[in-house]
Design a binder for this molecule. Structure first.
Ligand code: N01
Length: 537
């Protein structure tokens, strides 16, 4: 594409898994002039920010990595079944160095504004440092869970102790020793952090609003033999992941909970529980489709909680009852429920007795109970899927703000593009399978697809592409329809629905039909000449 020396072919926002791979593809395959703008001080995305104790991925290590380059797979060997935060950061640095990516990344450049200029047909992107970058394409690679959700608690600024949000964890060591600590939130993050913080705290209060299902991770070290066997078999691992709904290397067998005898299903669930990890949910294929089947599996987990936690009152408080298993992102844990057997760990139900305010000394509950603390840790999640995109103040055609366009919920075509926002792509955007999958598989698919579309445009001399409104409307309706065929929208407080953020429209955002079906559909759209897009000179 032709432009002056200052104009880039593309600006990519974010240097996590998606931004790094998109940079590599555009630079190496299309010879594009590209800059990545990254708010953080280094590569890593979610793994740069989420440094809280216990932070670890729930996809298995040898699947939670790039598969596009055999050398990267061969040269990096993972040390544990699930990769810890620090190891993932080392891995992404290794990839960035091998592929020489950092030279095209501007760190500490938080995007504050991006505007489409109809005259020049270019994006003008401004950052917090006052710089402006100009490019033909704007590609967001900001992750789905990167805008922290901080509850608005009356008097929080009066608190004299330390305050942390798990998603914005400091780089310096946080010292828990001899301290009384409050953790708010029992999602995947809280469930990982609580056992680690409990190891050091003098006293730990867990403020739980919604009890959660959690399955043991059964993390363990991996041997060199594991790595060699994996390398021998990479193609088979890859094809299993690509054939599956979630991008993990397992496929739910054609087996339904309800149609399996009580004895047999107990045996299956017990074996899956012992094996540990997210595949527990895939022991049957009707868990998210059939309420009665789901209830049987949910009850199995409730019994595990009752038999793990010694104090019956505490155990009962931990039983998830207000949503079916798997309808909120299922956490996997290491000694989460066991932690409540420690004498210095106290569970407080803030659904029954909500947080009223904060004082200089700690948290005050509605019944006037005062919890004095040295530190409050917010494990309260994210303004998921749309938060980080909207924070960038993106303006499309005729000055339309993305926040206005999405007032009633995100409207996208394939989760990849938004009508009235020409030449903009949203990697793992709302309306794509993203958070319901093993993310690197979803990311590679999106990046490959965007790269192919840009190649298609270069080859034909086109310079502008925009999703058609009718196609986006139809896709967004389809996303809602397929979600409604499952139990997933039944979780009242789920971030999948935006229900965790006050005032956010209640719309089921990820695409539940499966990464395998989604990929086929995207491929079909490409071979049909990019149906649903208006591509022009
Ligand atoms: O966030 P969450 P998260 N007062 O939204 C509670 C991924 N992830 O950071 O359920 C009191 O799930 C809230 O209560 P409720 C993964 O996709 C992956 O834990 O809304 N409590 C909930 O308990 C995950 O799903 C990994 O009633 C308040 C908690 O805070 C996603 O990130 C590890 C509150 C928030 O849970 C987000 O997980 C970690 C308030 N005002 C995360 N506001 C792995 O790969 C919120 N809460 C393993």
């Amino acid at each position: 594409m032709k432009h002056d020396n200052h104009t880039l072919d593309a600006i990519i926002v974010g240097a996590g898994f998606s931004g790094l791979y998109q940079l590599y593809c555009l630079r190496e395959k299309l010879n594009h002039k590209v800059k990545v703008l990254e708010a953080g001080g280094d590569v890593g995305g979610t793994w740069y920010w989420n440094r809280y104790p216990g932070a670890r991925c729930d996809s298995e290590s040898h699947t939670y990595c790039y598969y596009f380059d055999k050398h990267l797979l061969e040269e990096w060997s993972w040390s544990e079944r699930y990769p810890g935060q620090a190891e993932i950061l080392r891995y992404l640095n290794f990839c960035a160095q091998k592929l020489d990516l950092k030279k095209d990344i501007r760190f500490n450049e938080r995007v504050t504004e991006a505007e489409w200029d109809a005259n020049s047909q270019l994006w003008h992107v401004k950052t917090q440092t006052g710089q402006t970058f100009i490019a033909r394409f704007l590609i967001t690679a900001v992750g789905c869970l990167s805008s922290a959700n901080m509850p608005d608690i009356d008097g929080l600024s009066d608190f004299k102790g330390e305050i942390y949000h798990t998603g914005q964890w400091p780089h310096d060591t946080v010292d828990f020793e001899k301290k009384t600590i409050v953790v708010i939130g029992t999602g995947s993050t809280g469930i990982q952090a609580i056992p680690e913080i409990a190891k050091y705290a003098k006293k730990l209060y867990v403020l739980q609003r919604t009890p959660n299902y959690s399955v043991p991770a059964r993390n363990r070290p991996l041997s060199r033999d594991f790595h060699s066997a994996f390398i021998e078999d990479i193609d088979s691992w890859r094809s299993k992941m690509l054939e599956s709904r979630h991008g993990h290397p397992w496929i739910a067998p054609d087996r339904q909970v309800r149609k399996t005898s009580a004895e047999e299903r107990y045996r299956i669930m017990e074996a899956a529980w012992e094996h540990g990890g997210l595949s527990f949910r895939e022991s049957f294929d009707d868990v998210l489709l059939d309420e009665e089947s789901n209830n049987i599996m949910s009850e199995f987990i409730r019994q595990k909680i009752m038999s793990t936690v010694h104090n019956v009152k505490t155990a009962k408080k931990l039983l998830p009852k207000d949503h079916p298993f798997g309808t909120k992102r299922p956490p996997i844990d290491t000694n989460y429920f066991e932690t409540y057997n420690l004498e210095h760990v106290h569970l407080i139900d803030v659904r029954q007795n909500p947080i009223a305010s904060c004082s200089s000394a700690g948290i005050i509950l509605t019944d006037d109970t005062k919890i004095e603390a040295d530190m409050i840790v917010f494990a309260t999640g994210f303004d998921a899927m749309t938060g980080a995109l909207q924070k960038m103040n993106i303006k499309g055609r005729d000055g339309l703000k993305l926040a206005e366009a999405w007032l009633a919920g995100p409207q996208t075509y394939l989760g990849l593009a938004v009508p009235k926002f020409p030449n903009m792509f949203t990697i793992t955007g709302p309306g794509s399978p993203s958070v319901l999958t093993n993310m690197p598989r979803a990311i590679e698919q999106h990046v490959d697809w965007i790269t192919d579309l840009l190649r298609h445009m270069v080859q034909r001399g086109y310079s502008k592409v925009e999703a058609r409104e009718a196609a986006a409307n139809e896709w967004t309706e389809h996303v809602t329809d397929v979600a409604n065929k499952t139990l997933l929208p039944k979780a009242n407080h789920s971030w999948y629905l935006g229900a965790n953020v006050p005032g956010k429209p209640r719309v089921f955002m990820p695409y539940v039909f499966g990464l395998n079906h989604y990929r086929n559909h995207c491929d079909f759209i490409a071979v049909s000449g990019y149906q649903g897009f208006l591509i022009t000179e």
